[in-house]
Design a binder for this molecule. Structure first.
Ligand SMILES: *Cc1c(COP(=O)(O)O)cnc(C)c1O
Length: 465
């Protein structure tokens, strides 16, 4: 393909994109295909000769699109939204054309310097103090892995990378029972082991870690000769939005000299609105904080903002400098691959620049405020109906409910029926061992009318199943 042909096809793809988004409300949100439907239409071996792009595009429409769950659908109320605002899509398109590698300052100075500046913009947007420096990770899972590695190395005086874990003290990490599976995975991958992740009981409306239980667990471990290394807290955990008491966690960490990491992957975005910041009161005392602009803020996946009080701890944990990665003749430059597990790095800052400049922080705040207000209004409407039970109250735009009197099996059947209907998409979770339906709003283009449709779909389908 010549680059002139590329330009023609790219224009077609842009037209396709506009029409796709303009007609999204006419499609069922969740793919309605059965397992294997799509694979059956794909050849088992690659073609020996090339095919015209027009034919490939046509197959894309007929084979691929029916098997897509529409994450950009305005009535996507499942999981957490993974937005791709059009301004950020354009930036990603440009990045995919330039395709630079951004591991060192010299491998793309603009990418490095913009990354520093965009992390400053985000920090400012969240109201965090300017002591924090930042790096863009591919995902919150990677930021949490980097944090747990840092906890491990800091506790072992940086001997773990060299000597391995054999013969070292038994490390212990603490978190709440509400945390995301990315924390369990980080514990596995760092060799600390699941048995050494202490999940502390939660309490109260926000399901925060009980500080007394946390203290007691640390004291017991010390008594037994184990080595506490860090605490991972959550603001807006995935299931029902649990928020830890960050002031209490930070105080306990300080007393025991533990490294603290805050997972605010979803809820962090809401902190651009000052009125929501009480939910993470104390965040500014944490050693590291991660949130995903690729969820609620509008930056295309992947983009996880990782803030650090002392990046040297992370660099001491991860930096390797063989000769071929040395930058000669430029001092005082940032080599972000020393802050991340992967060496190769995409130019992720550009989409943040496009996003924040195009919408402005005020434009982004308005969206978050609308989502929270519309979601909470829907919760009240359902409560007022009388035959629905709100199981956990809204935390930002996330709440859980069930049709009163339904068994777990009936609740699951209702979720499935709603998703088969296609007007909206919801998921289930467990609260205190009971199956509940989870509602969360955050799609970039959703409007009030989409919540009216959600009300209609939920009430109609619940009453007929
Ligand atoms: C989504 C989510 C994660 C995982 O984020 P990735 O970027 O997909 O790794 C971690 N923690 C919480 C609370 C989340 O909501």
């Amino acid at each position: 393909m010549s680059w002139d042909d590329f330009a023609k096809h790219a224009k077609d793809a842009a037209d396709w994109g506009a029409s796709y988004h303009n007609t999204l409300r006419d499609r069922p949100v969740r793919a309605q295909t059965a397992p294997g439907d799509i694979a059956a239409q794909l050849d088992k071996t690659p073609p020996e000769t090339g095919t015209d792009l027009a034919a490939i595009m046509a197959d894309f429409d007929t084979i691929v699109m029916p098997g897509i769950t529409h994450w950009q659908h305005p009535r996507f109320f499942a999981y957490f939204s993974a937005n791709a605002a059009p301004a950020s899509v354009l930036a990603e398109f440009l990045v995919s054309i330039i395709a630079p590698q951004c591991m060192l300052w010299q491998t793309s100075p603009a990418a490095t310097e913009m990354e520093t500046r965009m992390m400053d913009w985000l920090r400012h947007g969240l109201g965090l103090p300017d002591i924090y420096q930042g790096v863009i990770q591919d995902s919150a899972s990677s930021a949490t892995l980097a944090a747990v590695l840092t906890m491990r190395e800091r506790a072992l005086s940086f001997r773990g990378n060299i000597e391995g874990l054999r013969g070292q003290p038994q490390l212990r990490i603490y978190c709440s029972e509400q945390v995301h599976t990315s924390i369990d995975r980080a514990i596995w991958v760092t060799g600390i082991g699941q048995d050494n992740l202490v999940k502390v009981r939660t309490t109260g409306d926000l399901r925060h870690m009980d500080p007394l239980d946390l203290e007691a667990a640390i004291a017991e471990d010390k008594q037994a000769g184990r080595l506490p290394a860090g605490i991972i807290a959550a603001t807006g955990a995935t299931g029902m939005g649990a928020c830890d008491d960050l002031e209490a966690v930070a105080a306990i960490a300080k007393e025991h000299d533990l490294y603290t990491h805050l997972d605010a992957a979803w809820a962090g975005t809401a902190m651009i609105c000052p009125e929501f910041r009480p939910l993470w009161q104390g965040a500014a005392q944490f050693d590291s904080i991660v949130f995903n602009p690729h969820k609620w803020l509008g930056a295309q996946f992947d983009c996880a903002a990782h803030f650090l009080r002392d990046p040297d701890l992370l660099r001491q944990t991860l930096a390797i400098r063989p000769e071929y990665l040395r930058t000669h003749g430029a001092t005082d430059v940032m080599d972000y691959s020393e802050w991340t597990v992967p060496l190769g790095r995409r130019f992720r800052a550009l989409k943040l620049w496009f996003l924040m400049r195009h919408y402005g922080m005020e434009g982004l705040r308005t969206r978050i405020r609308n989502h929270v207000a519309w979601s909470q209004a829907l919760c009240e409407r359902l409560r007022a109906e009388g035959d629905f039970q709100i199981v956990t109250e809204p935390i930002l735009s996330l709440w859980t409910f069930r049709h009163a009197g339904a068994s777990d099996a009936q609740t699951q059947a209702l979720v499935d029926a709603i998703n088969d209907d296609g007007r909206i998409y919801l998921t289930q979770t467990l609260v205190d061992g009971q199956k509940v339906i989870r509602f969360t709003a955050g799609q970039f283009d959703c409007e009030q009318r989409d919540f009216d449709t959600a009300f209609d779909a939920i009430t109609q389908i619940a009453r007929r199943t």
